[in-house]
Design a protein around this ligand. Structure first.
Ligand SMILES: Nc1nc2c(ncn2[C@@H]2O[C@H](COP(=O)(O)OP(=O)(O)O)[C@@H](O)[C@H]2O)c(=O)[nH]1
Ligand SMILES: [Mg+2]
Length: 332
């Protein structure tokens, strides 16, 4: 269904929740109209502070997110929440638990809550997250909290999506420090040991502290990731988390790190879109049987595979030229 993009964008800029929701749906559905949406949003982006929260399922990401929203709302900030956690979406088929926890914010006009499914997307989180962030940014959010489940590559993903990355651990989950070895030690700007009401929180924090200190020759003025203990379910320690986030943001701004991170993020975003477009064009070539024809010539010994690949790439450029000269723009 075609959408009146200028109208929708104008409404989203005024912060109308339904317009914001529809724009994010366009992102989720990889709509061909996204190109137009992003062109119109671009001048309004760049004001929001993006915080990523990652950690194993059940560690307390959603609970912490909700507590952080409450803290930011008390400070008068507008907050956007994106949950890329298929196991606990905040809305649209939400688990009851999350709906209850986020219930207090659901009717707050200063809060946008959205859970997103990226399964099946080319590029997944890398592709959808930055565009959803742009929508919330342009809609006037001061802070955007992005929740991702810490499995496989998503820790790495979140680190490149956020200005500040928060890694959550909890005592006695068997996850924590072992998983930490698998890469989260490099990505956390702030570490949270949640469920500090349980036994073992101090030990987890100590062990983490030990591991973070190992093998790193930090220079004076380098960022030393703080470890904050919280009981998110009761809101305890959340002010300290906010404080740690603000300190990290100030540190990044002083040293130009924030601008560098954003540039890296934008580069990755452009690259992902370009690679997606390339794959699409490759698909068009396949459909056009150019690849099949080349393959036959390779089998027949008429062409070597390198020469065939060169011909395929030349074909790609032709498709690109054809697309560029199409008045409607998008490669569809
Ligand atoms: N004891 C305790 N339970 C908590 C705390 N924070 C969250 N939980 C519970 O842990 C479970 C998982 O929390 P959730 O926020 O959904 O975790 P997520 O999967 O990381 O988003 C829920 O039952 C929460 O009520 C806490 O500080 N202490
Ligand atoms: Mg969750």
């Amino acid at each position: 269904m075609a959408v009146d993009v200028p109208d929708l964008v104008a409404q989203a800029r005024e912060g109308r929740p339904r317009a914001v929701a529809r724009l994010i749906s366009l992102v989720e559905g990889a709509s061909p109209q996204l190109r137009e949406v992003m062109a119109q949003l671009a001048p309004r982006c760049g004001n929001a502070y993006v915080v990523g929260l990652t950690g194993s399922p059940g560690v307390g990401k959603s609970t912490s997110t909700s507590a952080l929203v409450a803290a930011y709302r008390r400070a008068g900030k507008r907050v956007g929440i994106l949950a890329f956690d298929p196991s606990s979406p905040f809305s649209g088929g939400a688990l009851l638990g999350d709906r209850v926890r986020m219930g207090e914010h659901a009717s707050d006009p200063g809060v946008y809550i959205r859970s997103m499914a990226t399964r099946g997307h080319l590029g997944g989180l890398a592709w959808a997250a930055p565009q959803a962030v742009r929508v919330l940014d342009a809609a006037g959010c001061d802070v955007i909290l992005v929740e991702t489940v810490g499995v496989g590559q998503s820790e790495v993903d979140i680190a490149s999506q956020a200005d500040t990355s928060v890694v959550l651990l909890a005592p006695g989950m068997g996850d924590g420090i072992q998983a930490a070895k698998a890469g989260i030690l490099e990505i956390g700007d702030v570490y949270v040991v949640n469920k500090a009401d349980r036994d073992g929180a101090d030990a987890t924090a100590r062990e983490l502290n030990h591991m973070l200190g190992l093998g790193e020759a930090r220079e004076a003025g380098d960022w030393r990731p703080p470890i904050v203990k919280t009981v998110a379910a009761r809101g305890e320690g959340i002010d300290e988390v906010v404080e740690a986030l603000e300190k990290h943001r100030a540190w990044m701004e002083e040293r130009g790190v924030l601008a560098r991170r954003r540039a890296t993020r934008a580069a990755r975003e452009v690259e992902t879109i370009a690679v997606t477009a390339l794959r699409e064009r490759m698909g068009e070539l396949r459909a056009g049987q150019r690849l099949d024809a080349l393959a036959e010539r390779v089998v027949g010994g008429e062409l070597d595979p390198y020469a065939a690949a060169d011909k395929l790439l030349a074909g790609l450029a032709e498709v690109a030229d054809a697309v560029d000269s199409t008045p409607s723009g998008p490669s569809r």
